[in-house]
Design a protein. Structure first.
Length: 81
């Protein structure tokens, strides 16, 4: 299972910049197709919100590759007050 986590870490690291590039290309195409202020604001917000999410995805993948998630903490089923 730990190997699978590491493989998916590589997938996340590769997927993050690809998603950013695809989003920016799509935003540029949509803005070029309809260059009004509403479209520019909408796609600007999409890009600004999504880039930190994609960076977090890459960081998550980096930690997965490094093995930070190999030993997860024990789960307690007890209800504490």
């Amino acid at each position: 299972m730990n190997q699978l986590k590491r493989y998916f870490g590589i997938v996340w690291i590769i997927l993050a910049p690809l998603a950013i590039v695809y989003l920016i290309k799509t935003a540029a195409a949509e803005i070029a197709a309809k260059p009004v202020i509403d479209t520019k604001i909408q796609w600007g917000v999409f890009v600004v919100v999504f880039i930190p999410i994609a960076i977090g995805l890459a960081i998550f993948g980096y930690y997965a590759v490094k093995g930070e998630y190999d030993q997860l903490p024990e789960r307690s089923d007890e209800i504490s007050d």
